[in-house]
Design a protein around this ligand. Sequence first.
Ligand code: GLU
Length: 274
Amino acid sequence: MTDHITRFAPSPTGYLHLGHAYSALFAAEHGRRFLLRIEDIDQGRCRPEYIDAIYEDLCWLGLNWEMPVRIQSRHLDEYQQAVDTLQDQGLLYPCFCTRKDIQNEIERAGGAPHGPDGQLYPGTCRHLSVTERADKIASGIPYALRLDMTKALAQAGPLYWQDAEKGKQQATPEIFGDVVLARKDTPTSYHLSVTLDDHLQGVTLVTRGEDLFQASHVHRLLQALLNLDTPAYHHHGLLVGKDGKRYAKRDKSLTLRSLREQGLSADELIKTYL
Ligand code: GLU
């Protein structure tokens, strides 16, 4: 047992499956204190019944977490404050593009570099004038807020973070381009809320699947821009099924709930699958 404070941070968009069980147990085993966070900013996809199911399933697995649970949708004002701080530094700009606009611009430009989340934003709205921005906002066109990556990097300078498996990493958040930090429908994003929450919850070791390894580059940059603590990271391998594919919420038969209903005990589940 280390001296770390770790957390498990599921999104309540479905029932927990074996991959979540592995990740939750991994976090609990790597911390002296273990916290829980419900990542429910995507109100279109999250449902309250899945939050209750998360508590039930984690209890059944034998996990104990410290109270209070941090529920992201109750902290939108804190994310807004972080957005304001970045905006005051001139690091954000409003982006009015729809997906279609972005696609058209990329086609017009003859392509765009690929980042971890797909093709990079071509920067259309970064070039709007102050008046153009004001006019669009006044006419009620919905907009997201994007990070001006070039400016942000110039301000932050070289940054590093530590991964338990891969060692010291130089942060390369530019692989994401001008990431969205506040979405059209909510004053935050995955990157912003995770980074702020890990700081506010005092997390010292972030454990999560290696599918989120690249995201840590952006989180490290946000820590520098917002003056937040930098935790250590441990990205673990993803659990795969017999077919070699990782478990996903769509594999209904492998939710913890359905395995429990089939009569499996938590111990058996851990021995058989994890
Ligand atoms: N909420 C994210 C997920 O369910 C995990 C976030 C994180 O661990 O940083 O995939």
